[in-house]
Design a protein. Sequence first.
Length: 337
Amino acid sequence: MKVGKILGYIVLTLVIVAAVAIPATVGIHPFIGPRKRAATDRAYERTPLRLERGQYLVGNVAACLFCHSPHDWTKHDAPTPTGMAGAGAVFPLAGLPGALTAPNLTPDAETGLGRWSDDEIGRAIREGVDRDGNALFPLMPYERYRRFSDEDLASIVVFLRSLAPVRNPLPPTKIIFPVSYLIRNAPAPITSAVPEPDTSTPVNRGRYLVEIAGCADCHTPQKRGQPLPGMNFAGGFIFEGPWGRVASANITPDAATGFPYDTEAMFASALRAGYARGRALNQIMPWESYQGLADPDLLAIFSYLRTMPAVHHRVDNAKDPTECRLCKAKHGAGAEN
């Protein structure tokens, strides 16, 4: 048998093996595109109640405008330039697999959501695909936002429609290979109603608020994009950008290393003023966005976090970064764990 024919059989065999093995490992959606449903012509009725609720959720709980606005990162409250709230921004977080832009959420027809339907906006928020059906990078926490009730989603869309349109051309998001294909696994359509959450107790109410605020995403250390088992809310996730290099705090109720807010009043003060025990919170912590949280919601969040398992994990950004055996990252006081 000729060498060329032998090599041909080898190549064919490798192609067949890859065609079977790769989809079995990562699924078929990186190759055929994300799961999605067709957008509908559904439009949400604009009511004062929805407008008020949407403003509260977007501006305070989910802090959408924090990520989707430019900031002066040199200041403690990272202010947004006048008239640019929700106008989008290039996200300056170091270590991303590519260049990420948080899109313009204002109803500008050319650079924002002006030509999007209500259902296309809602589908992007909860299901993770853009107007053209492309997968959104999961730093946009649509997997968390799947918990938004249908009414809360409607309220958010109504509020976004009310923003003053801002023309703000931005570069498109460009994610490197193979991540650009692997993220196609993340979106999932919602095909049934999402009811109102159970908020009958402060803990239940706090659970809903913490989930849609994504507190665990920032306060749980990760490895290869996955949370480390047993380290929920234990801090150590590294944020590096124009605000400096900082590790998220341990917000579990561990007496020695966690939850630095002894009382409800201290907790409320930290989230509203950006200081904990006299120490300034780094501006990447969107405390300024949480200033408008209602007292019952702040206290509900406090109550829920108190129910989390305590994790002994010392994180102190006032100290030099050292290797941590628990979260495998370098952060202040890491060597003390």
